[in-house]
Ligand binder design. Structure first.
Ligand code: DCP
Length: 560
């Protein structure tokens, strides 16, 4: 094995994509579905008033209204069932297909069981990865540099080579290159080339790869990475019961591309020398950022279809046509690491949102109808808020209602909300209703959204006022350390800073007042920026309730 030169080498990046994920989650709940052609169908819209279907209820559907198909087992795909078919169409092409409807809650689809399963996968992967970046409900990019280096240091090269080659496709094999030629949409449908596995071809390509890798430390790390991914996939299956597919490369764009080449329950290694081979005929829309309008513009501007064809366009022409994104575009088409960002470690969500659309006759015509649906949206949002509190000890401090009207007019109204750790659905609903009223006349609402954002640590929320009380605010503490308070404040939500500032002054005033036996003073300028309920609580703590009348109203619009 060639010597390792840490630091100078590119990272080892893996990509995990769960196989027919919603079906897999349903199978883990109901083993009768194992091995059978089955599909998950959406909740049919316009079913207002019907009782909710909880995850544990009988959700198999044999007839009646059904939403479109959103996940298809590989057994059903082999019999012609595809996503987007209606349940009835699926039954026509495959009469034995079992259709399972997604659960519902608060009058709409409830995807919580799938989200929880996706989170469980991320948690498991995180135990062995340097960084885990959730890319969607069932896709995760992972930085496995550390785990790969550990294997290189602890296992014999021959053992690693044997383990990797027995489990991994090479991205420049004839089979892989063939699979890379299909378009984005057929790749998403699960085309037949993507699903075939030829183990003799696996062995052939690998002999050469292992020989060359003997003098190539980058390749050796990636080969070790393939073993890490194989072991992680086995662990996901044995622990959670889900199979997944994997990719390994030096960046997450290539790792994802590799991952999509062979599914289900397979993995692909994309070594640097294989990138040009694979990308040559790769349809441009398979690359991230090129699946939509921008990709179309690139194709039509230069009359190209594949990444290889784009690389044939003279560089100055590409840069002239796309001065902002030209460099990135060329790096992406070449599979260069500079086109992909590093794997970002898990990020906490910035907001929790829930929404619903009401097209055609279903559009909402009165404030009462808007109120009704705000109530429906509130239930799920409240549940997710409680999860944030429990899992991350964070609570939102802003509520936003957004409405799209018939005339395509989009209105948003925000208000501070102070839920602390035990906020109620009623609190969310009342604040949401207040926002909706501030939006003015609402008729012909075609989409309604409700979100909670500006997450702040629980201890900074006013539910913990008494804890905060008498404690130095962050601003005051950093002043003592000689830091500029505003440097720290940049990273903090506005409300938390205001609250901290308010308390610092109030606490200082209280300390001073206890010496002088005088009532503490509050900085009214700071206090007035806070929502009324926080103002009230602060003033109650300070015994200054009567002053409240002087302060500003409860509605602090952040940006309307
Ligand atoms: N999904 C959805 N609506 C869509 C597409 C997907 O609700 N239009 C859900 C159901 C899928 C899950 O997201 O199970 C993951 O989507 P994928 O595109 O990754 O597809 P699958 O995991 O179902 O299949 P594959 O094995 O091809 O990745």
């Amino acid at each position: 094995m060639p010597p390792l030169q840490r630091g100078a080498l590119p990272p080892v990046v893996g990509f995990i994509d769960m196989d027919c994920f919603y079906v897999a989650v349903e199978r883990a709940r109901d083993p009768r579905l194992l091995g059978k052609p089955c599909a998950v169908v959406q909740y049919p819209t316009g079913q207002r008033g019907r009782p909710d279907l909880r995850p544990e209820d009988d959700r198999w559907r044999t007839g009646g209204p059904m939403g479109g198909i959103i996940a298809v087992s590989y057994e059903a795909r082999a019999r012609g069932v595809t996503r987007q078919m209606s349940g009835a169409e699926a039954k026509k092409v495959c009469p034995e297909v079992i259709l399972v409807q997604v659960p519902t809650a608060f009058g709409k689809a409830d995807l919580q069981i799938y989200k929880d399963a996706g989170d469980a996968v991320v948690d498991l992967l995180a135990s062995r990865c340097d960084a885990t970046e959730k890319r969607s409900v069932d896709e995760v990019a992972i930085d496995i540099t550390g785990a790969a280096e550990h294997l290189l240091a602890s296992r014999a090269a021959a053992e690693l080579g044997a383990a990797a080659s027995a489990a991994t496709h090479l991205a420049d094999s004839a089979l892989s290159v063939d699979a890379a030629k299909v378009t984005r949409s057929s790749a998403r449908q699960g085309h037949d080339k993507q699903q075939s596995r030829d183990t003799s071809e696996l062995a052939d390509g690998w002999e050469e790869v292992l020989r060359r890798a003997a003098s190539d430390p980058v390749a050796w790390r990636l080969i070790a990475g393939a073993v890490v991914v194989k072991e992680l996939r086995q662990q996901v299956e044995s622990t959670l019961g889900f199979t997944c597919s994997g990719g390994v490369a030096t960046n997450k764009v290539l790792a994802k591309l590799g991952c999509g080449l062979h599914k289900p329950n397979q993995q692909t290694l994309l070594l640097p020398h294989a990138a040009p081979v694979l990308l040559k005929d790769l349809p441009l829309d398979r690359l991230p950022g090129l699946g939509g309008d921008f990709g179309q513009a690139v194709k039509s501007r230069f009359g190209v279809q594949s990444a290889g064809e784009l690389l044939q366009v003279p560089r100055p022409d590409v840069l002239k046509q796309f001065p902002q994104r030209g460099e990135w575009l060329l790096a992406l088409a070449a599979g260069d690491d500079s086109a992909a960002e590093a794997v970002k470690d898990r990020q906490l969500v910035k907001s929790l949102s829930n929404g619903k659309t009401f097209f055609g006759e279903k559009r909402l015509r009165s404030l009462e109808e808007v109120d009704y649906w705000l109530g429906e949206l509130t239930g799920e949002l409240h549940r997710r808020y409680l999860q944030q509190v429990e899992k991350h000890q964070r609570t939102p401090s802003t509520l936003q209602v957004s409405l799209t009207l018939d005339q395509k007019e989009h209105l948003t109204r925000q208000q501070p909300i102070q839920l602390g750790s035990q906020g109620t659905p009623e609190q969310i609903l009342q604040t949401a209703k207040a926002c909706a009223r501030r939006a003015g006349a609402v008729s012909g609402v075609i989409s309604l959204g409700l979100s909670l954002s500006n997450m702040i640590p629980l201890e900074a929320s006013s539910a913990s006022l008494s804890k905060f009380f008498g404690r130095k605010s962050e601003g005051a503490a950093s002043k003592e350390k000689g830091e500029k308070p505003q440097e720290k404040a940049k990273a903090k939500p506005k409300e938390a800073n205001l609250l901290g500032a308010c308390f610092a002054r109030a606490a200082a005033a209280q300390r001073a007042s206890s010496d002088q036996q005088k009532a503490p003073e509050v900085d009214e300028g700071v206090l007035a920026e806070l929502p009324l309920n926080i103002q009230q609580e602060i003033l109650r703590e300070l015994g200054q309730e009567p002053k409240l009348k002087k302060l500003r109203c409860d509605v602090v619009e952040i940006d309307a």
